[in-house]
Design a binder for this molecule. Structure first.
Ligand code: HMG
Ligand code: MG
Length: 284
């Protein structure tokens, strides 16, 4: 397994989107600049969503203008619709992510439309992304449980994930949005999903509400998944998913699985620096 696991750092987006106090843009930029020196290949820097819906993501365009871009690092952002994608293009993002859900109620609460309508909105994004050669990642939320509907059947997750891959996502990240996944539930889910989908096109996005995220990564590894989303400092949550706690912490994952197993061997000292910077930022 040595040097095969990739980290997708979502801290500046998922980690910060749910923080109540406004965080100055220059501090977010500094955090991303520090993260850029850690050897992690992909950093989700923000979202081109409506600021009325997620105020903390206001200024994502400025972040992209002012970060110091390092060779070898891809700077990514969420885009819910064509307007967001066009703003992302203007800001010169390297890669975008579209996000859908396996639960109808969550879809309505998060993006104000049904699952099918959200997928229909993505068609324009895929078309333009193909023209501009921008890779598109996908997220499926509520892969285990929905904060409004409860249990979500694996076959519903499979349906949405397959559609996103068919539409053109190079990878789909499976979001345990409220962190209700136990190793048993993730095993049941992946047993269904990996029967028809290639695990190399999947990623794990395990919120760590119940302290099972690392165990869930281990289950993902068993199924051949090699990309996992983490957030610096273990921050995170979705404003439209009550009960969503932090993401799996980047440093915690590396320590648990062993640094030698991660692509590019991340710089743990710099990651601890980023963590310290973030915690100081949140104190002030
Ligand atoms: P809507 O209100 O239905 O949109 O929101 P609309 O098309 O009717 O437009 C309403 C207003 O928003 C208009 O402005 C539009 O111009 C504007 P007004 O005329 O009122 O001034 N607007 C936009 N502004 C900026 N950027 C845009 C954009 N689109 C429209 N892209 C919308 C629909 C999707 C925009 C809204 O629901 C939204 O922004 N939702 C975002 C929700 C979100 O970001 N959630 C968190 C991320 S998902 C997550 O955390 C889960 C994940 O981590 C995985 C997991 O853990 O499961 C990924
Ligand atoms: Mg999330």
């Amino acid at each position: 397994m040595v040097e095969t696991i990739s980290i997708f750092e979502v801290g500046p987006r998922d980690g910060l989107q749910n923080i109540k106090n406004e965080i100055p843009i220059n501090k977010k930029i500094e955090l991303i600049n520090i993260l850029s020196t850690t050897g992690i290949g992909k950093i989700e820097c923000g979202s081109f969503v409506s600021a009325k819906w997620v105020p903390q993501m206001r200024g994502t365009d400025q972040i992209f203008q002012e970060i110091v871009r390092r060779n070898g690092v891809k700077y990514t952002a969420l885009t819910p619709n064509l307007k967001g994608f066009e703003n992302a293009l203007h800001a010169k993002v390297d890669e975008v992510a579209v996000f859908a859900a396996a639960s109808e109620t969550f879809s309505q609460k998060n993006v104000n439309c049904s699952i099918d309508e959200s997928l229909a909105r993505f068609r324009d994004i895929f078309e333009k992304a193909r023209q501009k050669k921008i890779p598109v990642r996908g997220y499926v939320s509520c892969v285990v449980e929905c904060p409004y509907e409860g249990y979500v059947a694996p076959k519903r997750v499979l349906e949405v994930t397959s559609k996103l891959l068919d539409m053109g996502c190079y990878e789909v990240s499976l979001g345990d949005t409220i962190g209700k996944g136990t190793p048993k539930k993730i095993d049941e889910l992946l047993n269904v999903i990996c029967e028809s989908l290639n695990p190399e096109q999947l990623a794990g996005h395990f919120h760590d509400t119940s302290d099972y995220a690392i165990k869930n990564v281990e289950v993902g590894l068993k199924y051949g998944i090699r990309t996992f989303d983490t957030a610096i400092g273990g921050l995170g949550g979705c404003p439209y998913a009550p009960g969503a706690k932090g993401n799996l912490s980047t440093v915690q994952l590396i320590n648990a699985i062993g640094i030698e197993n991660f692509l590019g061997i991340p710089d743990l000292e710099m990651l601890l620096c980023a963590e310290k910077y973030l915690f100081n930022l949140l104190k002030n």
